[in-house]
Ligand binder design. Structure first.
Ligand SMILES: Cc1cc2nc3c(=O)[nH]c(=O)nc-3n(C[C@H](O)[C@H](O)[C@H](O)COP(=O)(O)O)c2cc1C
Length: 274
């Protein structure tokens, strides 16, 4: 049975391409929610009120954060012209314009620098790649909490890594100060009930889960997974698998769509990578 949004009763069958072990049956509602995650790229016209975003941001702020630094911020964008301008800089993805709310999670050391500056203190630690990584990790953890919170409320979300395609222009548009840098966007809205995107298969656990020490994945497992992904996309009238997609993505720097220049952009925006 399907809920009309591409999610069937057999969520774990969908997640593992039919080979789900019985031991991963959802133990509770939280795990069930996590297991039926799917990115939503098509939204109805229904809006999201301010209180709902406040609730979602409270979940984001409740994520663990390195040394309680909270080295992230989120920019909430609702204005249609603003969203349109952002979408141009972020791969021209239509769902950015369609979603009632677009969130941009930002690695943010500007706040900490300000606290130090105000007290005449140095902030040398911010100039190291470790701090940049902390900002990105904190932002990602917060964003994932926001996604889960949104999904628990019946909303749909999709991340937008393309906010890093032209990050400096986006930073200007959002008036980000030096030390603040876009990490990932998130389109948020009510899922279009006619959208066919479902629960996407993941690699078998044996491929990603290593016991004690790392073991490379056998190619047969990769080929079997490629078949599962191909079957998933065939259900949506598409014909690609996993292997071709990842090879296309890593073959050369051109597929990074501007992100190959990220290191220099970070340096220029006040996040040097020493
Ligand atoms: C950091 C990050 C960036 C992403 N950026 C984009 C994006 O720019 N456009 C898009 O359509 N999907 C984007 N996605 C969504 C992924 O394509 C999606 O999560 C993946 O294909 C797995 O599908 P699922 O989320 O439905 O399980 C992004 C996901 C992550 C985690």
């Amino acid at each position: 049975m399907s809920d009309g949004r591409g999610v069937t009763d057999n969520v774990l069958g969908q997640r593992y391409g039919g080979g789900a072990p019985a031991s991963i049956a959802p133990a509770n509602e939280v795990i069930a929610l996590l297991q039926r995650h799917r990115s939503v790229r098509s939204f109805t016209d229904e809006g999201i009120d301010d209180d709902t975003v406040t609730l979602i941001v409270s979940a984001a702020q409740s994520a663990a954060t390195s040394s309680n630094m909270q080295a992230w911020s989120v920019i909430e964008v609702r204005d249609p012209d603003h969203k349109a301008a952002i979408s141009v800089l972020a791969g021209d993805q239509a769902f950015i314009r369609q979603a009632p709310v677009f969130l941009i999670f930002v690695a943010d050391w500007a706040r900490h620098r300000g606290v130090a500056e105000h007290r005449g203190e140095a902030a040398e630690g911010v100039e190291y790649i470790e701090s940049t990584l902390v900002g990105f990790i904190d932002a990602a953890l917060a964003a994932q909490n926001a996604t889960i919170a949104a999904e628990s409320l019946g909303l749909g979300a999709v991340y937008v890594g393309a906010v890093r395609n032209r990050p400096e222009e986006l930073a200007d548009l959002l008036e980000l100060p030096p030390g603040a840098f876009p990490v990932m966007g998130m389109a948020l809205g009510h899922p279009d009930p006619t959208d066919r995107a479902g629960v996407k298969p993941r690699l078998p656990q044996d491929v990603v889960r290593h016991r004690e020490t790392y073991r490379p994945a056998p190619d047969e497992a990769i080929v079997a997974y490629d078949d599962a992904v191909r079957t998933y996309y065939a259900g949506q009238g598409m014909s690609h698998g996993w292997i071709g997609t990842i090879l296309g993505r890593i073959r050369s720097a051109t597929t990074l769509r501007g992100r190959e220049k990220l290191r220099a952009a970070l340096e220029r925006r006040g996040l040097p990578s020493k």
